[in-house]
Design a protein around this ligand. Structure first.
Ligand SMILES: *Cc1c(COP(=O)(O)O)cnc(C)c1O
Length: 433
């Protein structure tokens, strides 16, 4: 019943109201409300903060401690034998998150792997999937991609003796517009097709919050003969994905943002089956990518594992992986589709209140994130005027944890797992005052 309530609301135009009673009414009908209590909230002035930084560092699930302690206990009592005799044998630890990750990103189990951290995974994927030849030697990104991605791409271009400026293509919005239009992305790929070796976008841009049409971009890249991969740092756990079906070649992500797996938590990668089962694809290798059953024969011949697991270098860091497993259980229980339903409403409500506030009280503010709900996740970026930094400090003093990004943006991310409509209402009230 309650789920139907939510679904219906987001498919039609909800008549949002600017009142605490309305926000509380929405919360009362929220089928996901029990999940808020599964997380620890940081304190601000002795009260739970209004936490809107889940796009930067997700909150700690209370369950984490238990799963980490299980591994500490096995280490304590079993020592090295924990590799095979632990409750969750460490030797196979990377398998324990595969199914849940696959469901989150719309992949088959063998197409995903939790390993390393995001930028490391991006470099590994670039080694395999950026294969410039002749004129086809450029990489296309959206303008203002996350700096780490830009550095990784520049370094790969240099590695191939290419020009880190000339061969680095950045697609900009039209003059006077804040975000890219899908039609412009597609026509750019088509018109410059023969020089692009790889299209590599952020799935959701970290700064603007724009969620790109990954399926259409992938198809356009393939039609022009290029590879296509995505950095899903801000997409995974935020929006439903269908990486397998969309034919994406590769993707990478981190787990400490929407996936709540702790600071510096273990990252992830997707490699489409077309490539994952091809041992000939060039890659950087290590023993954990070697066929599991014969790994300990310690032989010189390298037999790569099938699937994304074949890109592993090292044995899995069990403690961060235990945190990751605890967090993924929550996603499994909630389900990304229903999370998205709530997210559309929650972000829609934030936008509604912000627009009113901009009209009546704060005309110097402007919303940077696309208006179309299909083109954004659960983040709204607010362009501030001159004293944006001061405004952000004031918010912090009043118990709001939102994120400041230079030069002039406050990013606000109401996360459907643990944020509620009342958080959004109270935040806008504080902003106004
Ligand atoms: C957060 C983020 C990163 C961070 O990279 P790490 O390797 O995890 O430090 C990289 N790229 C994007 C798009 C991000 O949002």
């Amino acid at each position: 019943m309650q789920i139907v309530f939510l679904m219906k609301q987001s498919n039609t135009n909800v008549n949002f109201e600017n009142s605490i009673a309305f926000a509380q009414e929405m919360d009362a009908h929220d089928p996901l409300k029990k999940f808020r209590d599964r997380f620890y909230f940081p304190k601000q002035n002795d009260k739970d903060a209004i936490y809107f930084c889940g796009n930067s560092l997700g909150l700690q699930p209370k369950k984490v401690r238990e799963l980490v302690e299980q591994e500490l206990k096995d280490w304590e009592t079993l020592g090295v034998e924990g590799h095979l005799k632990g409750k969750n044998p460490w030797y196979y630890y990377h398998h324990f998150t595969q199914e849940k990750l696959a469901r989150l990103v719309g992949a088959q189990k063998e197409e995903v792997i939790a390993m390393n951290s995001l930028t490391v995974n991006l470099q590994l994927m670039l080694v395999s999937f950026f294969r410039p030849h002749g004129k086809r030697c450029k990489i296309l990104l959206e303008r203002g991609a996350f700096p780490s991605d830009q550095y990784a791409v520049q370094s790969q271009l240099k590695l191939h003796g290419l020009d880190p400026q000339k061969d680095f293509l950045e697609l900009e919005p039209r003059v006077g517009e804040l975000n890219l239009r899908t039609e412009d992305i597609l026509s750019y790929i088509k018109n410059h097709g023969e020089e692009i070796a790889l299209v590599m976008f952020g799935g959701v841009n970290y700064y603007t919050g724009q969620f790109f049409d990954l399926e259409k971009i992938t198809t356009a890249a393939h039609e022009s003969g290029a590879m296509c991969g995505f950095d899903l740092a801000h997409a995974v756990g935020n929006v439903p994905l269908k990486l397998h079906q969309w034919n994406v070649d590769f993707a990478v992500w981190c787990s400490y943002k929407y996936l709540n797996s702790g600071p510096g938590g273990v990252g992830g990668a997707f490699v489409h089956k077309h490539h994952g089962n091809n041992p000939e694809i060039p890659r950087l290798s290590g023993w954990w990518g070697h066929d599991e059953e014969n790994r300990f024969k310690m032989e010189k011949d390298y037999h790569v594992m099938k699937g994304a697991a074949g890109w592993q270098l090292s044995n899995a860091p069990v403690l961060p992986m235990a945190i990751h497993a605890a967090s993924l259980e929550i996603f499994e229980e909630a389900g990304i589709e229903i999370l998205r339903e709530k997210s559309l409403l929650l972000t829609g409500y934030l936008e509604f209140l912000l627009k009113e506030t901009i009209k009546t009280a704060l005309p110097e503010l402007k919303i940077l994130t696309p208006e179309n709900p299909q083109e954004r996740g659960c983040q709204i970026s607010i362009l501030t005027g001159e004293n944006g930094k001061h405004l952000h400090e004031k918010l912090t003093q009043h118990g709001v944890m939102a994120d400041w990004r230079n030069p002039n943006v406050i990013r606000v991310a109401p996360v459907p797992l643990y944020n509620c409509f009342e958080d959004v209402y109270r935040f806008v009230e504080i902003l106004k005052s």
